[in-house]
Design a protein around this ligand. Structure first.
Ligand code: TRP
Length: 339
């Protein structure tokens, strides 16, 4: 006799899901490394993209700051064209079922697995005081992914281990309680080149070398003019690939245009000042539309709130179905309407 397929498992249709941790003013590195590739995926399949505020609570202790950062993240993704009708955009904590699943998954997760998590090990090795939330972080992340039955999880390299741990947790749960949870695949952005900041090191808030996405044209120009270059004189040939200006430029132009600039670097007689002018021109052109939309959205928080509320409603519907099944197979009371 063939066993009946558990609901949810039989319809493993493609769904991409990713969490975005609110972390301050969004910058060009965030856009190129995370936002752009996730939006490309969102145009190919349904997606659940959420703002990971429960995760942010492992470090943030300021309610107003957290709220503002959430709004900034939502406005940023919408400004770059996320279509909220197609991609469900919501705030993680608007669907508290994720905490329940997180607890249940924690009960099938060995301590050994969590002890191996890079993020936690790094925090320990830097001598930081580590809270239990940081230790449990990978379980909450697994709950995020498994609650919605995501098949594809686009993340940066630093999150690959977390998605692998999610797979382990889903397999462990299914082993103990029967096929219930969809085992996801990570989609690692290995091909994304490191985006240089204004000092040539990787663009990162902690290095203080970022180019914010939504500053005025004037400020953008100033930042670009301050990008550190070497002292090769104007007449001499230059190496484009070791130059932050060129490495930023190539992300905002066609291959053909980048090829032209590459040739000019190599030919000599082309100064860094010229390259910076050109970088400013293409970046300003690219960012003008999103900058305008971002400002409009930040000025109308109610519009943002409505989009997020609508997203939470859709997400919660799926979450409840999963939690219902999970409660059923684990022996918890499944129908709470009488309580
Ligand atoms: N931990 C991720 C980060 O720091 C954010 C995140 C939370 C996430 N939950 C997720 C990413 C689920 C992918 C899937 O970037």
């Amino acid at each position: 006799m063939s066993s009946p397929t558990k609901p949810g498992i039989e319809c493993k249709s493609a769904l991409s899901l990713t969490g975005i941790k609110p972390s301050g003013t969004p910058h060009v590195g965030n856009y190129l490394a995370a936002i752009q590739p996730a939006l490309a995926l969102a145009s190919q399949m349904p997606g659940f993209y959420f703002i990971a505020d429960y995760h942010a609570l492992t470090t943030i202790r300021d309610a107003r700051l957290l709220h503002r950062m959430k709004m900034e993240v939502a406005a940023t993704w919408l400004a770059f064209g996320l279509d909220p009708r197609r991609t469900t955009l919501f705030v993680q904590s608007d669907v508290p079922e994720v905490c329940e699943l997180s607890w249940i998954l924690g009960c099938v997760t060995g301590l050994g697995l969590l002890n191996r998590a890079h993020a936690y090990k790094d925090a320990i090795s830097r001598g930081r005081e580590v809270n239990a939330g940081t230790f449990f972080y990978p379980v909450l992340m697994a709950a995020d992914i498994l609650l919605y039955g995501a098949t594809l999880v686009p993340v940066g390299r630093d999150q690959k281990q977390h998605v692998e741990m999610t797979r382990d947790m889903a397999l462990a749960f299914n082993h103990h309680f029967g096929e219930t949870l969809v085992v996801p695949e990570p989609l690692i952005r290995d091909d994304v080149a490191t985006i240089p900041g204004t000092d040539g090191r990787k663009m990162s808030k902690s290095h203080g070398n970022v180019i914010p996405l939504f500053e005025s044209s004037g400020k953008l120009r100033k930042r670009i003019m301050r990008i550190v270059t070497d002292s090769t004189p104007m007449e001499q040939p230059k190496d484009p690939h070791s130059c932050a200006v060129f490495n930023l430029y190539r992300n905002f132009t066609s291959e053909e245009q980048a090829g032209e600039m590459e040739a000019r670097y190599k030919a000599g007689g082309f100064g860094y000042g010229h390259a910076k002018q050109e970088l400013f021109r293409v970046m300003d052109m690219f960012l003008a539309g999103p900058r305008e939309r971002y400002r409009e959205l930040m000025a109308t928080p109610q519009v943002l709130e409505d989009i997020l509320a609508e997203g939470a409603m859709r997400a919660r519907k799926v979450a409840r179905e999963t939690i219902f099944r999970v409660r059923e197979v684990t022996g918890l009371k499944k129908d709470l309407t009488s309580c």
